[in-house]
Structure formats: C-alpha cells, structure tokens
Design a protein around this ligand. Structure first.
Ligand code: FAD
Ligand code: EPU
Length: 340
C-alpha cells in the first residue's frame, strides 16, 4: 500500500474536476484497507472518502483528508440451482465488466443496466437504475466493513432501504461502511424487460423478434451512446438531478397547461415521476453553456464540464437551474450527484 500526498484526483472523477486529495491510497483487500486505516490513525485522525469510479461525485474543493480507492477484484459463483445463481463480485470490479460477465454466462437480470459507469461496490449506494430495472430487483446481499467499530456486517435487501436512487448508505448509514463485495441473484431462465418503449423500438429496428439478454444489452448500449456524453470526452456524472415524484393531482394540473409533459408510474401510489430533463428543457437549459460549465445539448439533465470548469461553477449552475424550475413549475429539483 502506497500512501501518496497532495494527489491529483482529476483523472479519478468523471466530471474531470481538477482537485487534489491531502492523502490518497488504493486498497485491494480488507487487510490492505485496515492497514492503511491504522497507519493513518497513528498519523492523524483524517476524514476519509471511499472512491469507486468517481462517476457520481462533484468535487467543489480539494479533499482535506484521505481518499481510499477501492480496487477489490474477483467474481465467483457462490450457489446455483437449475433456475438461478448467486454471484459475488468484488466492490472494485467495473460495473459494466461485471454485467458483461453475467451476460456471457447467460445469467439474466442486469442486462438493462449495461454501460452504467462506476464500480460494483457503488451499485447499491444509490440503487442504480435504468430502462425499467434497478439493482434492488436482483440484489441478494453485500458485505461491508464498519469503519468505527472495525467489524464486518452482512446486509440483505431488507436492511438496505432501497428506493429510487436511494439506500440506507446515502442516508442513515452515510460514510459509515466500506462495501467490500456485493452478491446478486440472477436467473438462468431470464425474464426480459423490454417495456421501456425505446428498447422495443431499438429491437424492431434490428428486426429482432426473440431477443436474448445480449440483444437487450446491445440495445441499451446503443441507446445510451446515442444520448449520453462519454465522460472521457466531456466531463459529466450522468443525470445531475433526480426525476421529481409529484402528487398525481399536481401532475394532472400541469398536464392541462403543458400537454407534452412526460409522466411515469411511480412505486408510490398517488404519485407520478416526471422527467427533470424535460422541465429543464422547457426552461431553456438544454445546450446552455457559461464558460466551461453547461447542460448537454442532447440531454439537459446531464450537467457537463467542457474542459476547465471547477466544481463551484457546476454547483452554482445547478442552483440557478433549481431556482428556475421552482419559479416556472413550483417543483423543487433534488441533486442526485454527491457534492463534496
Ligand atoms: P463513486 O462516484 O466513486 O462514489 C459514489 C458514492 O458512493 C460516494 O459517496 C462514495 O463514497 C460511495 N462509494 C463508492 N464505492 C463505495 C464502497 N465500496 N463502499 C462505500 N461507499 C462507496 N446512475 C444510475 O443509477 N443510472 C444510470 O443510468 C446512470 N448513468 C450514468 C451515465 C454517465 C455517463 C455517468 C457519468 C454516470 C451515470 N450514473 C448512472 C451515475 C453513476 O454511474 C452511478 O451512481 C455509479 O454507481 C457510481 O459508481 P462509482 O463507482 O463511480 O461511485
Ligand atoms: N427530455 C427532454 N429534454 C431533455 C431531456 C429529456 O424533453 O433535455 C425528455 C425525453 O424526451 C423523455 C424524458 O424527458 O421524454 C426522459 O428522458 P430520458 O429517457 O433520457 O431519461 P431520464 O428520465 O432523463 C433516467 C435516469 C437515467 C437513466 C434513464 C434510462 C434519472 C435521474 N435518470 O433519465 O439515469 O439512464 O432514465 O432509464 O432517473 C443517472 O442516474 O445518472 C442516469 C443517467
């Protein structure tokens, strides 16, 4: 384990923000993590940040503590029947690589979540979701290390309070645990989820009538590439805000004024999820740019760094957006990205 000082994080956050960490170390096992922690406790009681792929973070200043980058690898099958399999992946595994591994072995369930950046270990933090699936639908359990109590804890789905882009790890247990590995229960007889209209359109375009999980994955990859900016080219952290969930009565009132407003069924009865990107588009934010901070030209919800924006410029832009949406629609947007 190498402890580095004043370490640049520019290449380690998908927004490409030029900040540094007072200390930085990588760990690829629990032992390495605890050794680093002990070393630090002897030195100074530092605040710490567990870093995965850095694709859901906005740094607004240098990190005045230690950044610990999770690089725990390994994928293995723990249990299987004729119908399903429980598969465990190290928290530092690349998420999309893990999804492709499952598809190659015909283990179904995660194919709609193809090409989401980041690591396996971060997947439960905000219950990642896309195209009609969230990880909670296949989640089995995870193992995590309690930083203060120095003990291992196993979490099952009921312990995680999963919700839309939410979990207990973003709320009550924020920054208390290091997730070491995550287990998913996947199906050997996959039930395909093609209900998201755009997936059906993509399959129809390719004249695929009986899709495999690989076909679904390819369709999702195609759709994502067509509208989301590649962070290697334009810095971003995906959707900057959550889609607001509003009472059905308010939605119906808005529909009278704005007939094209997109609304989706919410798991909460009496509520509708509406598209934050559409609200932003209506306020003229799509393609907006001030210096190097802006909103993507194809998807307003994705705030971007065109090169040298700093975190505060992006944060200020997000505050202006929140104020404008509140002013026009009376709806308060909530940031999805973790602000540091
Ligand atoms: P990081 O950004 O490194 O960390 C995020 C948070 O999790 C931090 O608070 C960090 O401390 C914590 N954390 C990370 N690993 C651990 C661990 N092992 N133990 C404890 N805490 C940890 N998200 C979606 O849900 N759906 C999408 O469709 C989607 N599309 C995206 C598209 C693009 C182009 C981009 C850039 C992002 C997108 N995202 C999406 C957001 C992002 O990919 C996910 O939130 C992802 O899970 C973040 O993983 P990460 O490893 O990069 O986490
Ligand atoms: N829209 C506009 N203008 C825009 C952007 C969107 O009118 O500038 C409209 C679209 O035309 C569409 C609707 O808004 O009718 C929804 O857009 P889209 O299908 O692109 O999805 P989204 O709601 O913006 C959500 C997730 C994404 C996820 C996709 C696919 C959130 C906050 N975002 O985006 O997740 O990949 O659905 O399921 O829930 C992420 O979390 O980082 C992320 C990218």
């Amino acid at each position: 384990m190498l402890l580095q000082e004043n370490f640049s994080l520019k290449a380690l956050n998908s927004f490409g923000i030029a900040v540094s960490a007072k200390y930085f170390a990588k760990f690829s096992s629990l032992e390495e993590l605890t050794n680093t922690k002990e070393l630090l406790n002897n030195k100074v009681a530092e605040k710490s940040l567990i870093l995965g792929g850095g694709s859901n973070l906005l740094f607004t200043k240098n990190f005045d503590g230690i950044v610990l980058k999770n690089e725990i690898q390994g994928i293995r099958v723990l249990q299987q029947t004729n119908d399903d399999v429980i598969i465990e992946a190290g928290a530092g595994e690349n998420w999309h690589g893990f999804v492709l591994h499952c598809i190659d072995h015909n283990y179904g369930g995660l194919e709609n979540l193809s090409l989401i950046p980041g690591t396996v270990g971060a997947s439960p933090i905000q219950n990642i979701g896309a195209y009609g699936v969230e990880i909670k639908d296949c989640f089995h359990s995870l193992e995590a290390y309690h930083i203060q109590d120095k003990c291992l804890v196993r979490f099952e789905a009921n312990d995680c309070s999963f919700g839309y882009r939410e979990s207990v790890f973003k709320k009550d247990l924020k920054d208390q645990f290091v997730i070491l590995n995550v287990c998913y229960r996947l199906s050997k007889k996959p039930r395909l989820i093609t209900s998201y209209g755009i997936i059906e359109q993509e399959l129809a375009k390719k004249r695929i009538i009986e899709p495999s999980i690989k076909d679904i994955s390819d369709a999702v990859i195609g759709i994502r590439k067509s509208k989301l900016p590649d962070p290697k080219i334009i810095g971003n952290a995906g959707s900057f805000f959550k889609n607001p969930i509003i009472p059905t009565a308010l939605f119906e009132q808005l529909q009278k004024q704005y007939s094209t407003i997109p609304g989706y069924a919410s798991e909460k009865t009496g509520f509708v999820k509406i598209a934050a990107g559409w609200l932003m588009d209506q306020c003229g934010w799509k393609g907006y740019r001030k210096a190097d901070a802006g909103c993507h030209a194809l998807q307003a919800l994705v705030l971007v760094n065109y090169g040298n924006a700093n975190g505060l410029e992006i944060l200020h832009l997000s505050s202006e957006i929140i104020a404008s949406i509140k002013d026009k629609f009376g709806i308060e947007l909530e940031r999805e990205v973790n602000i540091l």
